[in-house]
Design a protein around this ligand. Structure first.
Ligand code: ZN
Length: 380
């Protein structure tokens, strides 16, 4: 019996061995993290980068889709973060953003408030109190949940016009994102918040007349806001191209104007939308765009030496998986469904204070780790 089995199985094994080739044939493995500067010292500046809906599989697929390399691999420190909200193992972006921005668990849909709906200060607001400069650059509307959790306090993320009002009053020095209509053509009142921002020392620019942010001349004495769309901006596939540029521009803008350092949040907002649409190409193009942005930010931070860069996600979207039969640049993917999932998300860190971002921790701990890295409490 055993002999018969071996006779039957042996040619199959032989055939498989003979025909198999290494999947990485001809591909260099460039994995090399960059040296970590100023360990043990507080960071002067912090750039937090959030890939909305960016789980480990999105990054893995992005790496294989890009011939086995993305900038993510340069980070010297990696960790894992739990993302559950106060009332749900599967968070939404409002509760996930609030955890990272304010350090508290809240219910899904809560923006910058605790589980009882009470406003909680965000790290951006605390940085402002310490006279640091602040910036937000996103590829969603500025009133969307993730950016809103850093600048606004509302019981529901759906309160977009009150959120716009809070953003207009936030004093954030550099703002780039969509959602113009929530500022200047409001349903709840006749106010034009962009006009009001001009009186509060903002240079206000937008996408109208095809003006690109790349062509805007900055007024050096003012704060800066550029509205990239009326609501959510275009996807990368349909022509959006500002995230890497605006992020670099923001970091340089804030650095040039701040003696006391800056806090900046950059979001690759639409990785999440690709997951909701269970559209793999959409996810990959948004992830590549986010990786391009990381490249710009790391170049800035390497030159600067005093900037901590932290990259993470609020949650995974889609339950993305890489299936058998996948090849480099030809991933066979599948989604569990077009909704968020409860899996842990990766954390990447570089720069002074980055050593505290390894291991497994809660998303509310990210807030405490960022504050500790900036020595925010002990700043004057
Ligand atoms: Zn989502």
């Amino acid at each position: 019996m055993r002999v018969i089995f071996l006779i039957l199985i042996f040619p199959v094994v032989l055939f498989n061995c003979g025909s198999s080739r290494p999947v990485m044939e001809g591909v260099e493995s460039p994995i090399q993290s960059i040296p970590n500067p100023n360990q043990g010292k507080p960071a002067k500046n912090l750039i937090l980068m959030i890939g909305d809906g960016m789980g480990l599989t999105q990054i893995t697929a992005g790496i294989y889709d890009n011939n086995n390399y993305l900038t993510f691999e340069k980070f010297p420190i990696t960790g894992l973060m739990k993302t559950h909200s106060y009332d749900n193992l599967v968070t939404d972006s409002a509760a996930g953003g609030t955890a990272m921005a304010c350090g508290v668990k809240t219910y899904n849909n809560g923006v910058g408030v605790d589980k009882d709906g009470i406003p909680v200060k965000s790290i951006l607001e605390e940085a402002e109190e310490k006279e640091m400069m602040t910036g937000i650059v996103v590829t969603s509307a500025l009133v969307n949940a993730t950016p809103a959790t850093f600048m606004a306090h509302q019981k529901l993320r759906a309160f977009t016009e009150p959120i716009a009002e809070e953003i207009a009053n936030s004093g954030v020095d550099f703002l780039v994102g969509g959602g113009k209509k929530y500022f200047d053509r409001r349903n709840s009142d006749d106010r034009n918040l962009l006009k009001e921002m001009e009186t509060k020392d903002y240079q206000v620019e937008d996408f109208i007349n095809n003006q690109r942010i790349q062509d805007v001349k900055i007024n050096p004495g003012k704060k800066f806001v550029y509205l990239t769309a009326d609501d959510d901006p275009l996807s990368k596939i349909t022509g959006r191209n500002y995230l890497p540029y605006a992020s670099k521009m923001g970091a340089e803008f804030l650095k040039a104007r701040s003696e006391n350092g800056f806090f900046m949040m950059i979001e690759g907002s639409q990785i999440d939308l690709g997951g909701h649409a269970t559209n793999f190409k959409y996810v990959m193009s948004e992830l590549q765009d986010f990786d391009e942005t990381i490249k710009e930010v790391l170049q800035f931070a390497e030159k600067d030496g005093e900037t901590l860069v932290v990259v993470t996600a609020d949650h995974e979207t889609g339950g993305l998986t890489i299936k058998e039969g996948s090849k480099l640049k030809k991933i066979k993917s599948d989604f569990a469904y077009g909704r968020h999932t409860g899996t842990m998300v990766p954390v990447f860190a570089y720069g002074p204070g980055s050593e505290n971002f390894s291991g497994i921790f809660d998303n509310t701990d990210l807030y405490r780790k960022m504050k500790a890295a900036l020595a925010l409490e002990s700043r004057n």
